[in-house]
Design a protein around this ligand. Structure first.
Ligand code: KIV
Ligand code: ZN
Length: 453
């Protein structure tokens, strides 16, 4: 199948920044913009210049120092905003003024208090004005998915005539369903005169958790630009997550035969940088870049992973810049992973000894969320002491002291996430070990599969 090129418009520094707790100063935006450039996005929306002096300076600084991508600045459909946006953008190698105006009756009636006709004229005049400064003008009809379709098409036709080069269709309130959003893009493509001269773009919010699905539906229907943000940050529930869109296309080219300019191994470093700058971390189970996206706790899964990562991973961690997959020791883990971690800590056990340690491990893991290295070392010590004191076959005391000392609700304790055995045993006081699982010596047994259940 022929592969179309999708332009990735990153709005982390504008819509993303509108997320509570995610605002960035000039220096931080500049740092992030350099990383977005390394990531390979096509457009960086650097801010909303009229919003504050800081945002103006940030757009100006990004425009002056980043050459390859298009740099966009947001403006409402009015003269002061457009002039201010241009002042901030004018030193960019590839500037774009992004003009928006709400078009739904709800917004026209309650927010803007203007008629549809006034709205159409304001949008058209704003694009005309922006065009006097800049060749590259994007127009967004805010709340497009709750806008009357006939009116939307008429308005879009007017802004195309006025010189808009990109028509961005925002699902501002995250209301659309994928099939419906795809149909809207098709309708626009069919009905708006002059549409073949412009790029159709999608901008989806995640209020119903459908932002990525809607973005992919829009692309399938003909959109060739997608607006998204790192870690999916943005107003309310956020914007479509850049990393999820890009990897959906990479992992399923059979259904999404599209290329982007994104270097996928920069996804994780970019996500980490954003979290570092904003202080807002992503949820552990976040697709692609969450702490658990390549972590395996269940025994069956760990066993499969040790035999062949294809069993439970649809992309390699390295392909998105995550150093490696990890195994986590918890109550669902099996003996295979336990033995592996013990080996990494410098202990190898006979079958019977491992059985005993595993028995103690399961009881402990039931009490605490994640078994850390220090717990494991204590278990090993207790099991060995008991084996010396008590004749074989006797069931010993459980390691309640460990359970009592372990804090509940801990997050990623050291040594809890681990990967491959080291060539040489670790000293007994070692805490962490995160080396590539890909180099694990394969020595699993069919039985481990059953044990891990
Ligand atoms: O969600 C939205 O409608 C927007 C526009 C400004 C594009 O962010
Ligand atoms: Zn938005």
């Amino acid at each position: 199948m022929e592969r179309a090129r999708i332009r990735v418009f990153d709005t982390t520094l504008r819509d993303g920044e509108q997320s509570p707790g995610c605002s960035m100063n000039v220096r931080e935006k500049l740092r992030m913009a350099h990383q977005l450039d390394r990531l390979g996005v096509d457009v960086i929306e650097a801010g909303f210049p009229i919003a504050s002096d800081g945002d103006f300076e940030a757009v100006q600084a990004v425009s002056a120092s980043i050459q390859r991508p298009v740099i966009a600045g947001l403006a409402r459909a009015c003269t002061p905003d457009i002039e201010r946006a241009w002042q901030a953008l004018k030193s960019a190698s590839h500037p774009r003024i992004h003009v928006f105006l709400a078009t739904s009756d709800i917004h026209l009636t309650y927010k803007l208090r203007i008629s549809r006709q006034q709205c159409l004229e304001q949008a058209r005049d704003a694009v005309r004005l922006a065009k006097t400064f800049c060749q590259d003008v994007e127009f967004s009809p805010e709340d497009a998915t709750r806008t009357d379709t006939d009116f939307l098409c008429r308005l879009l036709e007017a802004v195309v005539e006025a010189g808009a080069t990109t028509l961005n269709i925002p699902d501002t309130v995250g209301y659309a369903m994928p099939a419906e959003f795809g149909q809207l893009i098709e309708t626009i493509q069919r009905r708006v005169r002059g549409i073949e001269r412009v790029t159709i773009s999608a901008h989806c919010h995640d209020d119903l958790g459908l932002a990525v699905a809607n973005s992919l539906a829009a692309i399938a229907a003909g959109a060739r630009q997608v607006e998204c943000a790192i870690n999916g940050i943005g107003e309310r529930a956020g914007n479509a997550s850049l990393e999820e869109i890009v990897m959906a296309m990479r992992v399923r080219p059979d259904l999404h035969p599209y290329d982007t300019g994104v270097l996928s191994d920069q996804l994780y470093p970019t996500s980490k940088l954003l979290s570092e700058i904003t202080g807002v971390s992503v949820q552990p189970n976040k697709a692609i870049i969450g702490r658990n996206a390549f972590a395996h706790e269940a025994g069956i899964h760990q066993d499969g992973m040790l035999k062949n990562p294809l069993t439970y991973e649809i992309m390699t961690p390295q392909s998105v810049g995550v150093p490696d997959s990890t195994l986590v020791l918890g109550k669902h883990s099996g003996r295979h992973a336990l033995a592996l971690r013990c080996e990494q800590l410098g202990y190898q056990f006979e079958r019977r000894e491992l059985d005993e340690i595993y028995r103690r491990f399961v009881i402990l893991a039931d009490k605490i969320k994640t078994v850390e290295d220090r717990h494991l070392l204590e278990l090993i010590r207790e099991a060995r002491e008991q084996a010396q004191r008590i004749p074989p076959g006797h069931v010993g005391e459980l390691p309640l002291a460990i359970a009592a000392s372990a804090g509940a609700g801990q997050t990623r304790p050291s040594g809890a996430y681990f990967s491959k055995p080291l060539a040489a045993p670790l000293p007994a006081d070692s805490k962490t070990c995160e080396l590539p699982l890909s180099k694990v010596e394969q020595h699993s047994e069919q039985e481990d599969y059953l044990w891990g259940v």
